[in-house]
Design a protein around this ligand. Sequence first.
Ligand SMILES: Cc1cc2nc3c(=O)[nH]c(=O)nc-3n(C[C@H](O)[C@H](O)[C@H](O)COP(=O)(O)OP(=O)(O)OC[C@H]3O[C@@H](n4cnc5c(N)ncnc54)[C@H](O)[C@@H]3O)c2cc1C
Length: 497
Amino acid sequence: MEPCQPLPVSESAAIPSADIPVAETDVLIIGGGVCGTALLFELARYTDLGHLTLVERYDQLAQVNSRATNNSQTIHCGDIETNYSLEKARSVKHTAEMIGRYAELLAPEQARRCVFRTPKLVLAVGERECAFLRQRFASFSPHFPAMELLEKAQIAEWEPAVALVDGVLRPEEIVAIGIRHSPTAVDYEALAESFVQQARLALAGSGRQLDLQLGTEAERLVPEADAIRVELRGPTGRRTLRARHVVVNAGAHSLLLAQRLGFGLEYSCLPVAGSFYFTPDLLRGKVYTVQNDKLPFAAIHGDPDVRAPGKTRFGPTALLLPLLERYRPASFWQFLQVLRLDWAVLAVFWQLFSVADIRSYIVRNLLFELPWLGRRLFLADARKIVPGMKLEDLRFAKGYGGVRPQLIDKRNRRLMLGEVSIPAIPRLIFNVTPSPGGTCCLGNAERDLEVIAAQLDCWVDRQRLARELHGESVEAVAAESRSSGSDGPLDRRSEAA
Ligand SMILES: Cc1cc2nc3c(=O)[nH]c(=O)nc-3n(C[C@H](O)[C@H](O)[C@H](O)COP(=O)(O)OP(=O)(O)OC[C@H]3O[C@@H](n4cnc5c(N)ncnc54)[C@H](O)[C@@H]3O)c2cc1C
């Protein structure tokens, strides 16, 4: 983040507080999706902050993009995502592995509801894709030792429906990179619930406080000299909360709240909705396909749905939709506010539409939503994965799918594909998290924890975090602490719990 100066505090901007009692908290997290709750967990378990608050607009946690039905439930490790470079794959792998390690901290029954182990593979079809995938295997496998190169007969053993049609090997050349058994799928909704539960456990009996306020919307933020005042609307009416630090993990709404304060004006938002189709149980694990590198969005894949046993989900599609939240028409007005349409935004749209592959992809994805035609068009694409799939196998997953808030960088006139942390002021962070935001929830939380610790000068148990979430051995953590000179008894930042 670029360093920024604190905003001047204007009297007129201050929320009138004469008749409203102002509660105080150390850290306020806005948004109870998987990212907000991951931060709550890390602050509770690895710092000594006395008072943590999380507000969520809905009456339940994780009902927007983190909801189990609204995303692809994948831990993106970079091994089967051919749109990731080796460098990106290695960095995503590092944070992705934190989820599997976190699951080991849970009781086995709870871990089984959050994180799932299945085989996974990426499939190449045709001569060009096969040559590409063989080459990728050669360069990636030293960094991903669990990778196996699968020829047609082996694919038929792993995933019969992918390699066989009516019991006979499909005719085209195919090859795959497979990973036999690793944490591959996540119920991000259950994960968010577990984060809050673990945060509560970490604080139990400590005298430290955790306030979870559901059905509570953060309406306005007002920076002060040493805190942020936040106006909240909840079940009992309007209230004001004064927080020493605020992190906004509100998905696309983070941009809306940031821009209302004058931050992130260099961004526009292109919401890309994703829909899914269901089939009966066709796949044993996740099957991805080789990405068309001209397209900015991930190709469709097939995944066993972790909440719907006996069903495989295919998707997501990529539908440009003028909404910040799927199935919530009122969010159209909020979309208009963050669109900030100008020549720079139009230039990016022009760039996208001037590429023939992208143009036909956008139109095709629009057609996928049409009742009769959509299913037939989608079938043609899904047959790349399961060549014997029949029309009657395929059913539109009604009510499924979320919206990826892809940002447009207006200064550089380009579509941004990953997550963005919007530079604001000290004590205030805004995170916008399209895919793979679920995968990176613990990694992003660790980054924000460090920023908060530096601002509030709190104690951080880095040794425990490194041991539990990065799998570093006690000896390695101790050696690193010694080499950085931080193992003295007075070093508040490296003490063990
Ligand atoms: C189709 C699709 C497929 C995807 N597949 C994957 C995948 O396989 N793997 C992966 O890693 N990622 C995937 N993603 C991305 C992933 O779902 C998101 O990155 C992740 O869920 C973001 O979590 P979050 O907590 O930031 O946002 P959300 O889950 O959207 O949570 C934000 C929360 O903030 C709340 N909120 C908003 N405004 C306010 C306010 N003013 N006051 C209080 N609360 C507020 C909302 O109600 C919501 O609960 C996918 C996304 C989509 C749309």
